[in-house]
Write a protein that binds this ligand. Structure first.
Ligand code: MN
Length: 238
């Protein structure tokens, strides 16, 4: 099995190496990752300047390339370079991608790009408490997820979130309950105004949602689809 590994945290992320290490149990791994952090870029693609990619030698035994583009660009470049690929993996993101995060996530977008281009894909993200994770407790679950999802008749696109102390795994839905997206004003050292956009969930997560799973120390697996069509509304409207 040929596996393309990408992320949105960039080529230097410890989560990228952790994912590549687990993936190498299942096949030949090639890494295409952004040369700078591209978190919260969503599914942006680069169209106003040329893309380039360069081999890097510091990632242990893995054939690795850095790309001057977004996570979605990296997967497109990787599939172009490699031709046939059996599986795209994205992550492990430093920080969870739950609920509305999925709209902003470059980690999920890299996986989404794989599916758009015809390859089964899995996005991995990990909840963190501020310390750099070592992934030892998560790696067996990452391996189990890859094994399970590549075993035929499985969803093509799955968003996986890993808790700090996993106790098991469960299938979940995306939590989209009330968010508090607020603009916070601050001042720079010269007294000029600047702003942060801060989004935090306001309510307790609904049961069996992705956020609920992480709150209960389960590895959360959410099957995603590419269609954004509101089927309920469409059925009423036509
Ligand atoms: Mn990130």
């Amino acid at each position: 099995m040929k596996i393309l590994v990408s992320n949105d945290d960039g080529i230097f992320s410890p989560g990228l190496i952790a994912l590549a290490e687990v993936a190498s149990q299942f096949g030949e791994v090639v890494i295409f990752a952004p040369d700078f952090e591209q978190s919260a870029m969503g599914h942006a693609i680069t169209i106003k300047r040329p893309l380039t990619y360069h081999r890097v030698k510091f990632l242990k035994e893995f054939e690795s390339y850095r790309v001057n583009g977004t996570p979605a660009d990296c997967v497109a470049m990787g599939l172009y370079h490699l031709g046939e690929v059996d599986l795209v993996l994205s992550g492990i993101n430093v920080g969870s991608n739950l609920g509305s995060d999925i709209w902003h996530s470059g980690t999920v977008a890299a996986a989404k790009q794989g599916v758009i281009l015809g390859v089964q894909s899995i996005a991995f993200s990990q909840a963190i408490n501020g310390e750099e994770p070592n992934y030892e407790k998560q790696k067996p679950y990452v391996a189990e997820v890859i094994k399970m999802l590549t075993n035929g008749n499985q969803p093509r696109l799955v968003n996986v979130n890993l808790p700090e102390e996993p106790v098991g795994m469960c299938w979940t839905h995306q939590s989209v309950r009330h968010y508090n997206g607020k603009v916070v004003e601050g001042h720079d050292p010269n007294g000029r105004k600047h702003y942060w956009f801060a989004a935090t969930p306001l309510t307790n997560p609904d049961e069996h949602s992705d956020r609920w799973a992480i709150d209960h120390d389960y590895v959360s697996l959410t099957p995603l689809r590419l269609s954004l069509t509101d089927d309920e509304w469409l059925a009423k409207l036509i």
